[in-house]
Design a protein around this ligand. Structure first.
Ligand SMILES: Cc1cc2nc3c(=O)[nH]c(=O)nc-3n(C[C@H](O)[C@H](O)[C@H](O)COP(=O)(O)OP(=O)(O)OC[C@H]3O[C@@H](n4cnc5c(N)ncnc54)[C@H](O)[C@@H]3O)c2cc1C
Ligand SMILES: C[S@@+](CC[C@H](N)C(=O)[O-])C[C@H]1O[C@@H](n2cnc3c(N)ncnc32)[C@H](O)[C@@H]1O
Length: 671
């Protein structure tokens, strides 16, 4: 089991001075120079990293990645973004990765950013996305993908080693070394060096001798340069090379490494845009198309039905429910990062129609569930989840309940087709309906999708996002995906059912009305290939409703409903054996087994042979019962693999989702 340090992250504790400037109570230091905040940021971080020149020199489609230690109020981020907007060509991209152990509360962030009227337009965008920022990797997307912020919420020394990416310019901005020594250690500097892209630069406000020497020892070449305001001198530097006397850090195993073939497959000139086919227009396909389109790709989104979101992603309401673990498993980390990402995407949709952040109440329906909930409440902060006793749960939910439970105030319901539509709406995504890709053929550097005798589309990159249907293609036929039929029941809202104020879950779930209907879900029918709605499963759903609340059942007049009048829909969930989605590049299975056959005898071996990738073929599938939470971030993960960007998840979580994990496990188990 993959775990991570799981100490609860606390918000920054801030005192405000008489001029309204933020000070850290814990570190007794200022967040920025109160005398010359903007000038200092620009001088220390933008100028010393030569960003005016570097942003201006970015070619069309180019990208620069900034890394920062200490996100704080986001002032540096906003200044970099402002300069980027002013200097870079329209289709360049800025990727900003910043680590922060004590994120500001939203209210404090707003108060701090109010100090800078000239940054207001950007600050408002940051504030608009600053929701559900919990521990772990949190991705925030701005300006249609032109600017990406990846916040690593946790201790710098825990988080940076999990980052897979290359940083072009570093902003070192912990509190003063004497007050915040753990942000200035040789171990941390080694991480900066590990992550440094060739020619990476670095700027910091301190000129302390031991910091300079330790950075030099890590492989940077630092020099003192004139400072600004009350700073006499500051440091700038450049990454030269990993020090010869220090063992090089371990690289990703070849079966999880980034495919090296991609750059040569892809044109980079603005006249020949990069093109991709995404097969399947549910949550996974639409998210993949959105993430690629945001990076300038031209995407053909192939869907066999007459519209998007006709299968699992077609339910009227799905729940943003976080099945977390108190032990920080890979799945739990993915859920926390995915939830934050989806939650922020939803901010631009219409509340009440497309989604609602009404909260989700998970009832403590038996002793085991109660114990699990108590453990979770210990492990996670209150603004993510907290226990409610029965009386409080009833007042939250607005109905009579048998027990209290765990309340997720930022959760709610989503109309999945609305999210799909929003994700597929970019002008460089072409939705091709009634396109059933039956066969994939290789034609030189291109993949072709064929429907019998008809060539549907071709491109150097294909992402298979057709849930369990991807098993029809020989290249992905061996992925262990299973279909599990599920059915929801639609119940007409009544005047009395309007009292329901939150989603309530026990074994099933019921959501507050969307329009004049509640969604009640959902059955699990293993080994069923039929999608005709069944009366037996409707009756099963009504039983789930009674377990949630007899009171609500009565309010919905659901006891006396004639079974044959019940309406709903059925679809297949698509699950993998370890419940993690399958996201990433595909290898040729037979060649993989041959290349790494030595692992059958010795699982510790790492042959130095590149993985036999199926160049340009990727998968985004296996989202089980939680696609609303995992599919959108998986789109970002695919795009990060394809664009050689920092991954939006810890390396270990990306590996836990990697398509090669199954073939690898098979080899190691001697199969
Ligand atoms: C009853 C039920 C209740 C659920 N409740 C929730 C919930 O409350 N919360 C939650 O987060 N998740 C829930 N889920 C799970 C969620 O719906 C799925 O995880 C998610 O929709 C999966 O999205 P997808 O894009 O992978 O698959 P799908 O939505 O199934 O999309 C796959 C698409 O690919 C197309 N396709 C496949 N093969 C081809 C091909 N060869 N050529 C062209 N097109 C192709 C299909 O037509 C389909 O449109 C529920 C699922 C079910 C069934
Ligand atoms: C000087 S402030 C950063 C100011 C910030 N760059 C800005 O633009 O507002 C230093 C930041 O480092 C964070 N920090 C301190 N120790 C840390 C650690 N061990 N890991 C991660 N972040 C830490 C603090 O919480 C604080 O937000």
């Amino acid at each position: 089991m993959i775990t991570t340090d799981h100490t609860q992250i606390a918000n920054a504790q801030i005192d405000w001075d008489e001029h309204g400037n933020p000070h850290s109570r814990v570190f007794s230091d200022v967040y920025f120079s109160t005398q010359s905040g903007l000038d200092e940021t620009r001088h220390v971080f933008l100028t010393q990293n030569e960003l005016p020149k570097r942003f201006a020199a970015l070619p069309a489609g180019g990208r620069l990645v900034i890394g920062e230690t200490g996100f704080g109020t986001g002032l540096n981020f906003l200044c970099a973004w402002q300069l980027f907007n002013a200097s870079a060509v329209a289709d360049a991209r800025l990727h900003f990765v910043s680590v922060e152990k004590y994120p500001l509360s939203r209210a404090d962030l707003e108060r701090a950013l109010n100090l800078w009227p000239e940054l207001k337009v950007l600050a408002d965008q940051l504030l608009g996305r600053y929701v559900a920022v919990h521990q772990g990797f949190q991705r925030l997307v701005f300006d249609g993908g032109r600017v990406t912020l990846t916040l690593l919420i946790g201790d710098a020394l825990d988080m940076l080693p999990q980052l897979d990416g290359q940083i072009d310019a570093w902003f070192l901005d912990g509190f003063a070394p004497a007050k915040n020594p753990e942000m200035w250690t040789p171990e941390l500097f080694a991480e900066l060096a590990r992550l440094a892209a060739p020619g990476s630069t670095i700027g910091t406000f301190t000129s302390t001798g031991w910091v300079r020497r330790a950075l030099n020892a890590a492989g940077f070449k630092m020099k003192r340069v004139p400072g600004i305001g009350h700073k006499w001198e500051v440091l700038k530097g450049r990454f030269i090379a990993w020090p010869e006397d220090v063992p090089t850090p371990p690289r990703a195993k070849p079966w999880f490494a980034r495919p090296s073939s991609l750059p040569r497959l892809l044109p980079r000139s603005p006249d020949t845009p990069r093109t991709a086919l995404v097969i399947g227009a549910g949550l996974a396909g639409c998210a993949t198309a959105a993430s690629l389109a945001a990076r300038g790709w031209h995407v053909s989104l192939l869907e066999r039905h007459g519209d998007l979101a006709q299968e699992a992603s077609g339910n009227p309401q799905g729940v943003l429910y976080l099945k977390l673990s108190a032990h920080g498993t890979a799945l739990s980390q993915l859920i926390l990062s995915g939830f934050g990402h989806t939650r922020r995407l939803l901010e631009r949709l219409q509340r009440g129609i497309d989604w609602d952040d009404c909260g989700v109440l998970q009832l403590a329906f038996d002793d085991k569930e109660q114990a699990r909930q108590a453990q979770l409440a210990e492990a996670f902060p209150d603004d993510l989840l907290h226990v409610l006793d029965r009386a409080d749960a009833e007042s939250r939910a607005g109905i009579v309940l048998k027990s209290g439970g765990l309340f997720y105030p930022q959760g709610g319901w989503v109309h999945p087709p609305a999210l799909c539509r929003d994700q597929a709406s970019a002008s460089n995504i072409k939705l091709l309906t009634h396109n059933d890709a039956i066969e994939l053929r290789r034609d030189g550097p291109l993949w072709q999708a064929w429907d019998g005798e008809r060539l549907l589309a071709s491109a150097p990159v294909v992402v298979l996002a057709g849930a369990a249907e991807i098993k029809r293609f020989p290249a992905s036929a061996d992925l262990p995906l299973k279909r599990i039929r599920g059915q929801i029941t639609r119940l007409a809202a009544t005047p009395d059912s309007q009292a329901l104020k939150t989603v309530v879950c026990a074994e099933g779930y019921v959501a507050p009305a969307r329009g004049d209907e509640h969604t009640l879900g959902a059955s699990f029918a293993f080994n069923s290939d039929d999608l005709t709605p069944s009366t037996a499963e409707h009756l099963g759903n009504l039983e789930l409703l009674r377990e949630i609340s007899e009171d609500l059942t009565e309010r919905l007049n659901a006891n006396g409903l004639p079974a044959e009048d019940l309406q709903g829909r059925a679809a297949f969930r698509c699950t993998s054996p370890d419940y993690l989605p399958i996201v990433g590049p595909l290898a040729d299975r037979a060649a993989f087994l041959e290349t790494y056959a030595v692992l059958r005898k010795d699982a510790r071996k790492t042959p130095d042979t590149e993985c036999p990738w199926l160049d340009g073929l990727y998968v985004n599938s296996g989202h089980g019962s939680r696609g609303l939470i995992t599919a959108p971030l998986s789109g970002e993960l695919i795009a990060a693999w394809l664009d050689n960007e920092p991954l939006p998840l810890p390396r270990s979580v990306a590996e836990a989702c990697h398509p090669n994990r199954f073939a690898l496990r098979g080899l190691i188990r001697g199969k």
